[in-house]
Ligand binder design. Structure first.
Ligand code: ADE
Length: 230
């Protein structure tokens, strides 16, 4: 089995590379991919760079070029739900693109013809995550994640995204990764640890908590890998 572990920023995959210790670096399409053998399974690990376009390229490469059969995304997000605080973990049940807008033609936000507003994450991987959370004694929230090419640091925009997509958290890559994996029939899982509240203090909070929240998420994802291999 080959498992892809993806992040958007170096900080999001650094704890994973540390854990696998030995890996081979492959340069492809302007990015670096790290291949490792871990407890008898093959891993391909990469950060995409921020945003929907780069994450689309990386997810596609991991699945179509490297042949990943499952994709686990680890990273940080801004909270919409007041139940989510810095450091909390959220797993996406489904994801939507909050900045996809052809509403001028009467379509709902996040929708284009032949697409869908929401893409659902793999239920088995979510089930596995719940088992891991229980074993680790860690609270894990489930919810809708909204994605867009925008760092949201504005209460009004955040509330609009929350209301329009019933979203609990927001970030900049999950839904594009979801579209790719859905199209290529690769089961996927998007985990995020909260770094900020997508409000006027978001950029300060993000800078302060990026690293610790990224570690929270990465450690959880590696526990999932441990469970997938046994
Ligand atoms: N990732 C983490 N925090 C975010 C925010 N406020 N907006 C977009 N992506 C994020």
């Amino acid at each position: 089995m080959k498992i892809a572990i993806m992040g958007a920023m170096p900080e999001e995959i650094a704890p994973i590379l540390e854990k696998v210790k030995e890996y081979k670096t492959i340069e492809y399409a302007g990015n670096r991919y790290y291949e490792a053998s871990y407890k008898g399974v093959e891993l391909v690990i990469a950060y995409s760079k921020i945003g929907k376009v780069f994450s689309t390229l990386t997810a596609t490469t991991m699945c179509a070029y490297f042949g990943a059969q499952k994709l686990l995304f680890s990273g940080v997000a801004g909270a919409i739900s007041s139940k989510l605080k810095v450091g909390d973990l959220i797993v996406a049940t489904k994801l939507a693109q909050h900045d996809l807008d052809i509403s001028a033609f009467g379509h709902p936000f996040g929708y284009v013809p032949e697409g869908a507003v929401y893409v659902e994450a793999d239920k088995e991987l979510i089930g596995l995550a719940k088992e891991v959370a229980k074993e680790m004694g860690k609270p894990l929230q489930e919810g809708i994640i909204a994605t867009g090419d925008q760092f949201v640091a504005d209460e009004k925009r955040k509330n609009w995204i929350g209301k329009t997509f019933h979203a609990d958290a927001l970030e900049m890559e999950g839904a594009s990764v979801a579209v790719v994996c859905d199209a290529l029939d690769v089961p996927f899982f998007i985990l995020r640890a909260i770094s900020d509240a997508a409000d006027m203090d978001a950029s300060f909070s993000f800078d302060e908590f990026l690293e610790t929240s990224a570690v929270e998420s990465a450690e959880f994802v590696m526990k999932m890998v441990d469970k997938l291999v046994c």
